[in-house]
Design a protein around this ligand. Sequence first.
Ligand code: ADP
Ligand code: MG
Length: 463
Amino acid sequence: SSKWARAMAILREFEEKCGTPDAKLKQVADAMTVEMHAGLASEGGSKLKMLITYVDNLPTGDEAGVFYALDLGGTNFRVLRVQLGGKDGGIVHQEFAEASIPPNLMVGTSEALFDYIAAELAKFVAEEEEKFQKPPGKQRELGFTFSFPVMQTSINSGTIMRWTKGFSIDDAVGQDVVGELTKAMKRKGVDMRVSALVNDTVGTLAGGKYTHNDVAVAVILGTGTNAAYVERVQAIPKWHGPVPKSGEMVINMEWGNFRSSHLPLTQYDHALDTNSLNPGDQIFEKMTSGMYLGEILRRVLLRVAEEAGIFGDEVPPKLKSPFVLRTPDMSAMHHDTSSDLRVVGDKLKDILEISNTSLKTRRLVVELCNIVATRGARLAAAGVLGILKKMGRDTPRQGGPEKTVVAMDGGLYEHYTEYRTCLENTLKELLGDELATSIVFEHSNDGSGIGAALLAASNSMYL
Ligand code: ADP
Ligand code: MG
């Protein structure tokens, strides 16, 4: 029927616009490398902030003692207590508590957000077992993972540059995030010192390195996306501080804000961006990360409903509601292996209130999931290639290739198997056979929290 012809035409057009042939991905990777150079050359020199983290040493394995971590970066936050065993002792003990951030606090005031966090921290500390308690006069120490763009001024201070991932708290911008947390902890009676302020990518890098010495890059694919890597200080023209003994500095790329004319942007991406809390920002993130993939899918489905009427003469009202279709649901539909695509049918019914869908319709939905996820995963792979190029690890070396482990974390990477597999296969494809085995992805489970605790330990005031 003409209805189906129209639906297929929309699908094919979308597929074509989302195309990421290898040649295009190589252009994206090259553009990423160019922007990395520009961001390292001068402050504000690129869309990539290439932030100095003040982390010039990654964990050695000698870290010892009980440390806390607080991980705030999206919809949930976690509080951790970690006991480090010292030389070769590893992680002796770890426990955590998790809470979600009430949506109103994501767009409220700085005080309200940090009071809420400090109150949760107070609860966690109140349940501390005696054996973990500090001797009188000694303060607890905390590594604070804060996964938004921060201009750091030291290992444990830095100002919030802007919000991402659905947060928008105007009065916090320009404030020292450690200062805000410390004031809130005082108000809530928590006796704790923030010893390290880290991005989740930096925490993941540190946590990854602790277990795997070849870790040199970390990538987060969760609500948002970002990456960090170890750079030579000599290659950071904008750094005018002392050269650390290691000669190295971890760089928080803030790659979610990457943008290039080579990115395959569609009308749906433009509309999503225009209607977002941060129009014009985080374009790479909006094409690749968990907060947005389901929303892109919803926008395409809405157009198919409006123009081809595949869900009946009336457009299902739910389909018009931004962000109703979440990436975990998209992922569940994409992974549906039942012969009648039952999961797809159930999701369409439960979330969008569209019942009695035909198998043909369900197949179309799965195909759209695949297009959106494939584009995101392949672009993320191109981003990793850009980093490897910058590090000079994208070509075989004499005497065999150097092994590079990329520490990965985030709910999208962890749970969306099709996405993860596509990302990993794409990088291998781009690198070629000779290098494919020397670049390894490793899931660094909870690395960002443990990494923050490790960095709190190596920056302890009692050392
Ligand atoms: P954050 O990025 O907020 O710190 P996570 O790393 O836990 O937190 O990532 C959570 C995000 O991961 C969710 O917002 C969602 O987009 C994505 N996600 C979680 N579960 C799944 C899933 N089963 N399939 C696909 N994406 C998922
Ligand atoms: Mg996180």
